[in-house]
Ligand binder design. Structure first.
Ligand SMILES: N[C@@H](CCC(=O)N[C@@H](CS)C(=O)NCC(=O)O)C(=O)O
Length: 312
């Protein structure tokens, strides 16, 4: 099997996509956490791995893949483990998977996530954070705005990566322009309603076609389209949006998918991984901040936890 190394942050949306694909394929890989909460994605060592300064990135023989879509395409093509996540586009099921992947990838998850962090009244039941951390959400806007300054400082400090940091600033500015307008955020949430109507209908269709209750989005087998749906449901649940998008009464089949996905081995591995690696992150923070009272550190770590989520 090819030597693979995944750079990722356990709670990041796109990292989860890559991780789930690796787990589903039962792939062996080395790993390195890039701690977004500490801004490691903008450190020169990581900008050398990927000038985009984003996670995930997958080192494969001869190159580094720097987009979750390229990563999952590579894994499915190159790892012959007998498990296929992306069926051939020559088949009907392959075309369906492709269509769903495109729809999921068209979502602007950063604006959806940060939009709800900015305008918390948009969350149905509240963002799932321990109560002592809720206050930190009040500074969500401020913290996003500071990001620009941080990137500018990096651009000045590391001339060899200046161009890449300026590119990041431009992406940041475009995102902020959308986020500053609550109506735009609401528009994204409305578009999700339409998507979830389509998901519910498709789940019903597939169930009828397959004649079984435990089918997935496009068929009896779990595919890349399902991985996309898993990460989306997972994120919306964190944002306290189940009530709007998937409850037993409003979209029962999507809700059923949400319940079933948690029993899947890959999803359990993902959760376990998050717990295990969270300890590593805390360990790294402790090492850097020995004189800091441990209790305070716990709070800080928690605050950074959601900041990590906020960055996608
Ligand atoms: N299109 C990329 C997006 C990657 C991305 O935006 N990752 C986020 C975390 S989910 C990130 O690294 N954010 C940190 C930053 O932009 O500084 C992919 O699919 O991999």
């Amino acid at each position: 099997m090819a030597d693979l190394k995944l750079y990722y942050y356990p709670i990041s949306f796109y990292s989860k996509k890559a991780l789930l694909a690796l787990f589903e394929k039962e792939a062996k890989f080395r790993e390195q956490i890039v701690v977004i909460m500490k801004g490691e994605q903008n450190e020169p060592w990581y900008m050398k791995v990927t000038p985009k300064g984003t996670v995930p990135a997958l080192e494969v023989p001869g190159t580094v893949l720097t987009d979750s879509e390229d990563i999952v395409n590579y894994l499915d093509k190159q790892l012959d483990t007998g498990i296929q996540l992306i069926p051939s586009p020559e088949t009907k099921i392959g075309q369906d998977v492709d269509k769903w992947r495109k729809q999921f990838n068209d979502l602007n998850i950063e604006v959806i996530t940060n939009g709800i962090l900015f305008y918390q009244e948009l969350s149905e039941t509240g963002i799932k954070l321990p109560s002592f951390l809720k206050k930190s959400l009040d500074s969500a806007k401020e913290s996003m705005r500071n990001e620009r300054k941080t990137l500018q400082e990096k651009a000045d400090k590391y001339p060899e990566h200046r161009k890449d940091f300026l590119a990041k600033i431009s992406i940041h500015d475009q995102r902020m322009a959308k986020l500053e307008n609550k109506e735009v955020v609401k528009q994204y949430l409305n578009e999700l309603d339409t998507l979830f109507d389509q998901i519910e209908s498709r789940l019903a269709e597939t169930r009828k076609e397959q004649g079984v209750a435990d089918s997935w989005l496009v068929g009896s087998r779990f595919t890349m389209a399902d991985i996309n749906l898993v990460v989306l449901l997972d994120r919306l649940s964190f944002l306290g949006m189940e009530e709007r998008y998937f409850t037993p009464s409003n979209r029962p089949l999507t809700y059923d998918f949400f319940v079933r996905m948690d029993k899947r081995k890959s999803v359990q591995q993902l959760r376990k991984n998050i717990k295990r690696l969270w300890k590593i992150i805390l360990g790294r923070m402790l090492k850097k901040a020995i004189p800091v009272v441990v209790g305070v550190l716990g709070v800080v770590a928690g605050i950074f936890y959601w900041r990590g989520v906020a960055q996608g």
